[in-house]
Design a protein around this ligand. Structure first.
Ligand code: ARG
Length: 474
């Protein structure tokens, strides 16, 4: 996005000629500082394609309804094509005095085709225009994000499949809790991303109503056809209430909320990658693609991409917060405050075009250190729950009593400086006489993991079933 304010005059009171769009009432021009606080062109020029598409649809409808002659309509359409070419070709001149994208297009149209340009704005206002542009733009953005999220899910699924049997410690409180498989752990994120995609899909469905024809706020006296413009622009229907149409920005807030939740999910995974790739964990090794070295410490390989994905969640949450606060307390209908709605959304969309592919790249790039993970999975008495379950199953102890016996065995192992399977049968029988040799089978991490066959559990058979189901729904 271009943000070239540098070419502007600094003098505060450099008055300019009256604005041609409302010059009838205004004899003088706005002060320089007014132009600068008022202008949105340096960011809303992003809407130029949507703005021109909206103008085409409006023009076609005005002609169909006999509000515009077809000669005027054709001149307008030709002019719009030329403007689109100028903007995409980089030859179009942007100027803070012309405030926003809507006025730039209209002013340029007047330069190119003369008088008929002034007829295009019949039955329309910048209020319904900006609401229209924003919805069209965000719809495209959501449509581009969904396949990027699907690619991240595919990267996770591929890794999960490869590691459906790879044992690692599962944590609660970041304390070793029970062994799980790396595949199961990665599949947790596939589930989160499914819900994220659902939230964006829901947002898209709700935003897909056309505000065009609401005009300033009250509708128009011209015999416009809102169904026709809505259909031409791919909307499901025209919005039902003209005041709501120009005042609503919940579609943008909803997008930012979905983006904030997604970013929190990405941030959690990023945090895990940072932990896992540290020398202390050493669960994964990262490749060269998403890490940096240190200029002073030759041994370092820093997970910068993961750290930045983790941090960018802060930016996204801040942008959601910014728009919520801009909108709170605004009376019906449009207020200029709402011009501040775009930059947070643009920043978030730009951020997601970095964080989602960066995470996809990191997942594809990492190598799991299986032996280290397996060794860690056996530490910290991680199979204590398996032992308690065995006491219930094999000896018929009530679970609470089994929990108590296991606690005593853990204490004993701790005192001896060994893991649970390092205790002798005699040691165990001293605590609970009924224990037999068979107990050792459940103390191994592989057996522990393989036994978790409940639906959605970590047994490799369950993980493979979850992967297959996820691939089908992708
Ligand atoms: N640039 C304005 C915005 O972004 C467009 C709408 C202006 N409408 C108005 N009544 N001043 O919100």
């Amino acid at each position: 996005m271009t943000d070239d304010r540098s070419g502007q005059k600094d003098s505060e009171d450099a008055n300019v000629p009256a604005n041609t769009l409302w010059g009838g009432r205004f004899a003088g021009g706005a002060s320089d500082i007014m132009q600068r606080i008022n202008a949105s062109i340096f960011f809303d020029q992003r809407f130029y394609r949507q703005d021109i598409a909206g103008s085409r649809a409006h023009c076609n409808m005005l002609v169909a309804r006999g509000i515009l002659t077809s000669d005027d309509g054709n001149a307008i359409l030709k002019g719009l094509d030329q403007i689109e070419g100028e903007i995409s070709g980089g030859t179009f001149e942007f100027d803070a005095a012309k405030e926003d994208i809507h006025m730039h297009v209209e002013a340029r149209l007047a330069e190119i085709i003369g008088e008929p340009a002034g007829r295009l704005h019949t039955g329309r206002s910048r209020n319904d225009q900006v609401a229209l542009d924003f919805r069209l733009w965000l719809r495209d953005e959501i449509d581009a994000l969904d396949p990027a999220l699907a690619r991240l899910q595919t990267a996770l699924l591929d890794r999960a499949e490869e590691h459906a049997d790879t044992v690692m410690p599962g944590f609660t409180h970041l304390q070793a809790a029970q062994p799980v498989t790396f595949g199961h752990h990665l599949m947790a994120y596939v589930e989160m991303l499914n819900r994220d995609r659902g939230r964006f899909t829901d947002c898209r469905a709700r935003l897909n109503e056309s505000p065009l024809g609401a005009a300033a706020l009250a509708g128009t006296s011209f015999p416009i056809d809102r169904e026709a413009t809505a259909a031409e622009l791919g909307f499901d229907r025209p919005s039902a209430n003209s005041m709501d149409a120009v005042a609503a920005r919940d579609f943008a807030m909803e997008y930012l909320a979905a983006a904030a939740i997604l970013s929190v999910h990405l941030s959690r995974l990023a945090e895990e990658i940072v932990n896992w790739s540290s020398a202390q964990f050493n669960f994964v090794s990262l490749g060269d693609g998403f890490t940096t070295g240190s200029s002073i410490m030759p041994q370092k390989r820093n997970p910068d991409a993961a750290e930045l994905v983790r941090a960018k969640a802060g930016r996204v949450i801040g942008d959601l917060n910014a728009l919520l606060i801009v909108m709170k307390g605004l009376p019906m209908t449009y207020s200029k405050d709402m011009q501040e709605d775009k930059e947070p959304v643009f920043e978030v969309a730009d951020t997601l075009t970095l964080t989602v592919p960066a995470m996809t790249g990191m997942i594809g790039d990492l190598t799991a250190n299986k032996a280290v993970m397996a060794a860690a999975a056996g530490q910290g008495f991680a199979t204590a729950t398996d032992l308690a379950d065995w006491l219930v199953r094999a000896l018929g102890l009530p679970f609470r009593q089994a929990h108590h016996v296991t606690g005593s065995l853990v204490k004993l192992a701790e005192d001896r400086g060994v893991d649970l399977d390092g205790l002798s049968l005699a040691d165990m029988q001293a605590v609970e006489g009924g224990i037999t040799d068979a107990v050792f089978a459940v103390l191994g991490v592989e057996n522990s993991v393989a036994s978790r066959v409940s639906q959605g559990g970590t047994a490799p058979s369950q993980v493979r079933a979850a992967i297959a189901a996820a691939r089908r729904s992708l």
